[in-house]
Design a protein around this ligand. Structure first.
Ligand SMILES: Cc1ncc(COP(=O)(O)O)c(C=O)c1O
Length: 388
């Protein structure tokens, strides 16, 4: 069978190789504790599950739902953006549902990159930004997220000729993998950058409801004029513990939404209606539920932060996301440290290099394991580092 060149040029999905290491450790009989993936371990609240089952009992809710989504879903997204960010969105032209935001991220590349076009992507960063460009036979140019700038890029350091050539740029705050946050001033600079260089700003914000210590993450669409140059990707996966349900949304610039919708109209036939109705429920989540859920993550964060400090790998306290981004002890590479820790203790963390060369020297520790298991993992981590 002939395999398309675009696939042979594609690097293996970075996490696939790491997951194979984790499976191999399990096969060797290790008691593996997975802190390497951001897969929420708790269920969504009961009203969301009730909405799904209620809707699934309707005899006419089982047909093709259509890629544009039911009007109630698009209206719920618009309602969420209005309430949460004070941003007014037209549910007809500025919202498209996604089968998880990863789907939309990859298809955005097909919607606006021709072969040879250029996408600007952060390093370290979520792999699909670059993989989408590769699938579109486009090029990528990475920009660094320097620790000394709080993992925010220096947009002025991107050469003008590179920025002028770029068709789109990815940003992601609250950030995976670094746990960094960006304020509205930075997002305003990014919007200005997009306007100056005539590119589409794609902001990926799936962690905007996973915040601590009273921090409230902004949307790029709050910036004046953002709707002219920006689109935001969001998702119910982390917001409402619905990662397996595969439901998210892209919101923003109508032309970009239209182009993404055109790709999707040729590829998918929409999201199962009961899942959309459950998502409508999720988009008006009870703030008390969110606060309680985030308090559980925050307690786990504290456990991890104390452990990495005790291990000589002190990390900044994230104000959002599910991740602690800790430096590896001196003398180790990210992957070497991750493999040795996994092999000797069964604790799986993500080597920073999985997120690009800019992640070398770090590991990402996720707080999506039950608290007691996470505590157990840290009790294995600290002596491992002390004796390694
Ligand atoms: C930065 C970022 N964007 C997007 C996604 C994809 O989320 P989903 O496809 O579940 O909506 C993830 C998942 O981990 C992520 O970390």
């Amino acid at each position: 069978m002939k395999v398309a060149t675009r696939l042979t040029r594609l690097p293996p999905y970075p996490f696939a190789r790491w997951s194979a290491e984790v499976r191999a450790a399990r096969a060797r009989g290790a008691d593996v504790i997975r802190l390497d993936i951001g897969n929420p371990d708790m269920p969504p609240p009961a009203p969301i599950i009730d909405a799904l089952t209620r809707s699934a009992r309707h005899r006419d809710h089982h047909g093709y739902p259509g890629f544009r989504g039911i009007p109630a879903f698009r209206e719920a997204v618009a309602g969420y953006y209005e309430r949460r960010f004070g941003v007014t969105i037209d549910p007809e032209t500025q919202v498209v549902p996604l089968i998880g935001s990863k789907e939309g991220i990859i298809h955005m590349a097909l919607a606006c990159l021709d072969p040879g076009d250029l996408a600007l992507v952060p390093d370290p960063g979520y792999a699909p930004y670059a993989l989408g460009a590769a699938l579109a036979s486009a090029e990528t140019c990475t920009f660094p997220l320097p620790a000394e700038r709080g993992f925010l890029p220096d947009l002025g350091a991107i050469p003008s000729e590179v920025a002028d050539r770029a068709a789109l740029m990815w940003l992601n705050y609250p950030n995976n993998p670094t746990g960094a946050t960006a304020d509205l001033d930075f997002l305003a600079q990014a919007v200005e950058f997009a306007r100056r260089h005539d590119l589409l700003l794609c902001h990926d914000a799936p962690y905007c409801e996973v915040c601590y210590d009273g921090y409230v993450a902004p949307s790029v669409l709050q910036v004046d004029g953002a709707l002219e140059v920006a689109i935001e990707f969001n998702s119910l996966s982390k917001m409402a513990n619905m990662a397996g349900w595969r439901v998210g949304m892209a919101v923003g610039n109508a032309q970009a939404i239209g182009a993404l919708g055109q790709v999707k109209s040729n590829i998918d036939s929409g999201i199962f209606q009961p899942i959309q109705e459950a998502a409508v429920e999720a988009l008006s989540l009870n703030p008390a539920w969110l606060a309680e859920r985030n308090a559980i993550y925050q307690e786990r964060m504290e456990i991890v932060l104390h452990a990495v400090e005790a291990a000589g790998m002190a990390a900044p306290r994230p104000r959002a996301t599910l991740y602690v981004w800790a430096p590896v002890p001196s003398g180790w590479t990210s992957e070497g440290f991750g493999l040795a820790l996994l092999g000797e203790t069964g604790v799986a963390i993500a080597p920073g290099s999985v997120f690009g060369p800019g992640g070398e020297g770090y590991v990402r520790i996720s707080v999506t394991a039950p608290t007691e298991r996470l505590r157990e993992a840290t009790q294995r981590l600290v002596p491992f580092v002390e004796t390694a």
